[in-house]
Ligand binder design. Sequence first.
Ligand code: NAD
Ligand code: IPM
Ligand code: MN
Length: 353
Amino acid sequence: MSKHKIAVIRGDGIGVEVVGEALKVLKAAGSKFGIDWTFDELPWSSAYYDDHGQMMPDDGVDQLRGYDAIFLGAVGRPDIQDHITLNGLLLPIRRTFDQYVCERPSVLYPGVTSPLAGKNPYDIDMVVIRENTEGEYANMGGFLYEGDPNEVAIQTSAFTRRGCERIIRYSFDLARRRNKNNHVTSITKSNALGYGMVLWDRTFAEVAEDYPDITTNSLLIDAACMDFIRRPEAFDVVVASNLFGDILTDIGAVVAGSVGLASSANFDPTRANPSMFEPTHGSAPDIAGQGLANPMAQILTSVMMVRHLGEDEAADAIEESVKSVLALGEILTPDLGGSASTGSVGDAIAGNI
Ligand code: NAD
Ligand code: IPM
Ligand code: MN
C-alpha cells in the first residue's frame, strides 16, 4: 500500500463544492488501487480572513512544506479585494515553492460540444505551459501619493534569463514526451515590450537550437488569442509568460467546451517543494452554493496530482471515468448543457471507479 499526505485547501465559493467531489473520487480510487491517503483540510479562505484578518497563518507556507502535494479549489470572494485574497494565499505559495511551471491542458473530449463549429473530438489537444513565478506577476511596485489626484502606481514585470530558459526548456521536453506534433509555439509581445519580451524571444531561439527535432513558431499574444479560436487544432505545446498564459488558458478552456473541464497544475519540477494542484477556473461566485458547478475540472486536476505522485493506474482510471461520464452525456452540469448537480456528477465519476 502506498501512502500520500495531501494538504487540502478548499478556499472559497465553488472551490468548497468541487473539492468535496474530487475527494470522493480520490477516496474511491484509493480503495480500488491500494492508496492510503491522508487529506489534511486547512480552512484557509476568505472566511478565515474574516476571523483572522489574513488568509492563512504567518507560518502557513511552512506548514505546507511537509506534504506530498497541495490540492486547492479556488480563492476569491467579491466583498474582499482580489489582490488581498490572492496575494495572501495562492500567489505566495506558487512563488515560495518555486512552482515555476503552470501546466494547463486543453482537450476536446468525446461527448463535449465546442462552441466552435465543426470541431470533432481531439481536434483540440494542446497544453499551455505558463511561467508561474515571475514576469508580469513579479509583484514589484508601489504607490506614490496614494489617494491623491496625482497618484502614481508602478507595476514592474521581471523577466530573468534563468526564468525564461527553464520554462522554455520544460516546454520543449514536454513536446518530446507528448510526441504529438513535436511542435512548440512561443507567445510574445516583443513588438511593444522591448525588454522582457525581447529576452524571452532570444532565450526561445537559443533553447530551440538544442531541440532540432522540435519545430517552432512565435506568435504575438494578440494573434494567438485569435488563433486559439480560429484554429486551435494548430497548437501542440504553447509556452507563455505568466499573464499571457493566464489569459490564453481561459480561451483554451472555453473552446474545449467549458472552464468547468479545465485542469491545471503548478509544478516545482525539481520536487524540492510540494507542487500545487488547482483548476484553471476561479471561485465562480455567480453560481456558488447552488450545486451548479462542474466538478470535472477539479477532478481532472486531481488526475494530474495522482500522476505526479506516481500512481499512474489510479490516474488513468479517474480520467477514464470522467471521459465515460462525458461520452454518456446523461449526467452533466449546466455548463455542458445538462441539468445534473455537482454532487451527482461526482457520484457518477466515483461510482465508475
Ligand atoms: P471564474 O473562473 O470563477 O468564473 C468565470 C465564469 O465561469 C463564471 O460565469 C462561472 O460561473 C463559470 N465557471 C467557473 N468555474 C466553473 C465550473 N467549475 N463549472 C461551471 N461554471 C464555472 O472567474 P471570475 O468570475 O473572473 O473570478 C471569480 C473569483 O475567483 C475572483 O475572485 C478571482 O480572482 C478568483 N479566481 C481564483 C482562481 C484560483 O484561486 N485559482 C482562479 C481564477 C479566478
Ligand atoms: C488563475 C487565476 C489566478 C492567476 C488569479 C486568481 C490570481 O486567474 O490561476 O488562472 O491569474 O494566476
Ligand atoms: Mn486565470
